[in-house]
Design a protein around this ligand. Structure first.
Ligand code: NAG
Ligand code: NAG
Length: 418
């Protein structure tokens, strides 16, 4: 009995030792694997994110689309210094926003807000307001020229292309735009009376002329049959506040009447680069906008809007309203470069970016980006080539400034304060 008891005790101790040593070896396992487990758990969580619904069987209805998702992403992105984060132009989030703009159901079509150009206010499922600009010209129409650089109505494809180009330039101050075709007949139940009152039919095509400063029946936009092509620009969240500046290089829009900057080559030095100049602090953004406007051929930027949270610091100059672009691929409107020629100043970061984009082939980058739009091809080859040509012209003008004033007097990292 004594031996039996000892044997049992020995066996129990042995079992305990084996058990303990196993536990011990588990506990002293290096930290790494534990972390790896956590990591791979996270990874699998992420991986399963898009398919967190059970695959619907034949009897389960598909999950309802959350139409608010793209608009929530948008309103979370917007800040007063940039409208969306760096590097998201080709992200799934931006794709979702652009997809929403180009395909979510229209809940209301109405006359546009203030302004000189025909457009419509379009409200999309999920509660997003947008601006619809109808197509007025074919892609290869030539709409402006040396006689009047601001000629012609807005180009809807110019709005789309300018958004992509602006983003590639790294500014991120233009709200997203996507192309779309709408069926005016199908949208009649959600079309406001104010807009419908401007509808008319011509050669079997449905047209409208809307409400704006220059809106009249002879200036109508027409669809092909009842299908109208256009651009859809997302509206900015309205908890922000807009402030409007006159462009310091605004045109007079009166033939034979010249603006100060057109007749005085010292305009920049004596009126803008001075301590009490109203425009001094926004000049770096004016120069950046000039780059965009020159590349797209937009000579019509008469005002700027800044965007700020109510009561907080003022935001940047945004690149809203880019429709007067891509009018004539055979013409470079040099007057757009007057701020550079007179002030000879440019953000160093913009200069570095442009030289980098030149080596990358700017027009190719743009064309590749535009392939994501449902209205691709958005620009003709001639317009794409014009962008590369204008980039060369611009770089040449900056080099002239550098030659004349020295690099450190032209390129700045921080805008000097008085
Ligand atoms: C536009 O919508 C109307 C009404 O739903 C429909 O009858 C018409 O066929 C549509 N047009 C085209 C070209 O699809
Ligand atoms: C401009 O930026 C580049 C690259 O960051 C830098 O090497 C260069 O010194 C800067 N030039 C000026 C004038 O600030």
């Amino acid at each position: 009995m004594k031996y039996k008891q000892r044997l049992v005790l020995f066996l129990i101790v042995l079992v305990c030792l084996v058990f303990l040593s196993l536990t011990f070896s588990f506990n002293t396992e290096p930290e790494e694997p534990t972390q790896n487990t956590v990591k791979s758990n996270q990874r699998s969580l992420h991986a399963s994110e898009p398919e967190d619904h059970v695959t619907p069987g034949p009897t389960t209805p598909p999950p309802p689309i959350d139409y608010t998702r793209p608009w929530k992403i948008w309103s979370n992105w917007v800040r007063e210094d940039v409208l969306y984060p760096n590097g998201v132009l080709h992200s799934t989030e931006m794709d979702l926003i652009l997809y929403g703009l180009s395909s979510y159901p229209v809940t209301k079509l109405d006359v546009g807000y203030k302004g000189t150009q025909l457009k419509a206010s379009m409200y999309l499922e999920g509660g997003q307001r947008t601006v619809f600009k109808p197509m007025r010209f074919s892609r290869d129409a030539i709409v402006d020229g040396p006689d009047d650089p601001c000629k012609g109505q807005d180009r809807h494809n110019g709005e789309i292309a300018s958004f992509h180009l602006e983003s590639i330039l790294g500014y991120r101050l233009a709200p997203p735009v996507a192309g779309r075709k709408i069926n005016l007949t199908a949208l009649l139940p959600v079309t406001s009376k104010a807009l419908y009152d401007t509808y008319l039919t011509e050669d079997g095509n449905t047209c409208f002329y809307g409400k704006c400063l220059y809106c009249k029946p002879s200036e109508k936009a027409c669809g092909k049959g009842d299908i109208m092509e256009g651009s859809v620009t997302i509206w900015l969240p309205d908890w922000y506040q807009m402030k409007t500046y006159r462009h310091p290089y605004q045109r007079t829009y009166i033939p034979d009447v010249k603006a100060k900057w057109e007749v005085d080559d010292d305009y920049c030095r004596t009126r803008l680069l001075t301590p009490n100049s109203y425009y001094y602090n926004i000049l770096p953004d004016v120069f950046d906008t000039m780059v965009l406007d020159f590349l797209v051929g937009n000579a019509d930027r008469h005002h700027f809007e800044t965007y700020a949270l109510h009561g907080l610091k003022e935001g940047r100059l945004m690149h809203i309203d880019n429709g007067k672009s891509f009018g004539n691929p055979n013409h470079d409107e040099m007057s757009i470069l007057t701020p550079l020629k007179q002030c000879c100043k440019l953000k160093n970061s913009t200069w570095e970016k442009l030289r980098h984009l030149k080596t990358q082939g700017l027009s190719q980058l743009l064309d590749k980006s535009l392939k994501r739009d449902p209205l691709y091809p958005v620009l003709t080859q001639a317009h794409l080539l014009a962008i590369d040509r204008r980039l060369d012209v611009f770089i040449g003008e900056v080099l002239k400034c550098i030659q004349q004033y020295g690099r450190s007097n032209v390129l700045f990292d921080k805008w000097p304060q008085f």
